[in-house]
Design a binder for this molecule. Structure first.
Ligand code: BDR
Ligand code: CA
Length: 314
């Protein structure tokens, strides 16, 4: 089984990613760690608690993490994408008995990776504040983690929050740079591929019909998110950013990757941009061949991704 920690800011597509992980027979969810991003960390933690209850996985611990970026001032929450409550403004009744664990998300990540050396797959699908903090607390986790599969960035396409930047990186570019330069094996699942994994309404409706409780809830919260993608991005459906990232772990054959070095622009108009230098390419600055620790996803089998999510969630 894939031992996985998902660091998340639920968030509509985060909810889909967590549901996919919970219902995939080959994934063992060791915990959810929460962060600000789509909503406040208070709200993302409550939403994680709601999802555990919905998915019947109350044994999975939730560790609450950072409320603000590591260096810069926080950006406003994108309520026009995920709704004010992060669930597309669908009203939910939160379980009264849910509590996050006492440990901070970063301490949780450090402890769990140390307890399972070589085994943990860390899947950050929100801003990278908790991950950078975990690295700072214990840099040796870079040698002990199995893989870090990140939803974030854009190597060859424009951003979604600015011409330069993808949201998760833009929400804490300083943390992102720390994460990309650490000596651990990273897979970057960015907009290059998540803008090619668009979920139309028909498979979502089939999922809801096949699984009324979980699929039905997911379909409801996706309506708001889908409207945003239809009206603003002009897509025929919504982008499977975070679920595609979890799918990379179970089905890497659906993705094409190129290895290389990623550097993050930290300030100014280009803040949050992920510059990518592919391995072997010779640049004037030798700086650009220092490390090739990132596999950047450049292409994806969209039909394969859609079939897989429908199969697992149905
Ligand atoms: C990322 O930003 C958030 O809105 C989504 O949950 C996803 O993680 C996409 O840019
Ligand atoms: Ca997210």
């Amino acid at each position: 089984k894939y031992k996985m920690i998902i660091d998340t800011d639920p968030g509509v597509d985060d909810a889909l990613a967590i549901a996919f992980a919970a219902q995939h027979p080959d994934i063992e969810l060791l915990g959810l760690t929460t962060v600000y991003g789509n909503v406040s960390v208070e709200q993302s933690t409550k939403n994680a608690g709601y999802l555990l209850d919905l998915l019947d996985i109350k044994h999975v611990p939730v560790a609450k993490g950072e409320a603000v970026p590591s260096v810069q001032k926080p950006h406003p929450f994108p309520d026009f994408v995920h709704g004010k409550n992060g669930f597309g403004d669908v009203k939910v009744t939160y379980p009264a008995d849910f509590q996050p664990v006492a440990e901070h998300a970063a301490d949780f990540i450090v402890r769990v990776i140390n307890e399972h050396p070589g085994e943990v797959i860390l899947v950050p699908v929100g801003p990278l504040a908790n991950i950078a903090l975990a690295l700072k607390k214990d840099p040796t986790i870079a040698q002990k983690v199995k893989q870090v599969v990140i939803m974030g960035g854009a190597a060859h396409v424009a951003g979604n929050v600015s011409p330069a930047a993808e949201a998760n990186i833009w929400n804490d570019p300083h943390a992102a740079q720390k994460v990309f330069e650490a000596p651990w094996p990273i897979v970057m699942v960015g907009l290059d591929v998540t803008y090619q994994t668009i979920m139309p309404s028909e498979p979502m409706a089939r999922i809801a019909a096949a699984s009324p409780k979980v699929g039905g809830f997911l379909q409801k919260i996706c309506a708001f998110y889908a409207n945003f993608y239809r009206n603003v991005a002009g897509f025929n459906g919504f982008s499977l950013h975070d679920p595609a990232t979890v799918m990379y772990v179970t089905n890497p054959e659906l993705f094409t990757t190129v290895r290389g070095q990623v550097e993050v622009v930290k300030e100014g108009a280009g803040a949050g941009k992920t510059f990518f230098a592919p391995e072997g390419k010779v640049y004037a600055e030798s700086y650009w061949s220092e490390r090739d620790n990132v596999q950047v996803c450049t292409d994806v089998d969209e039909a394969g991704v859609l079939a897989l999510i429908e199969q697992v969630l149905s």
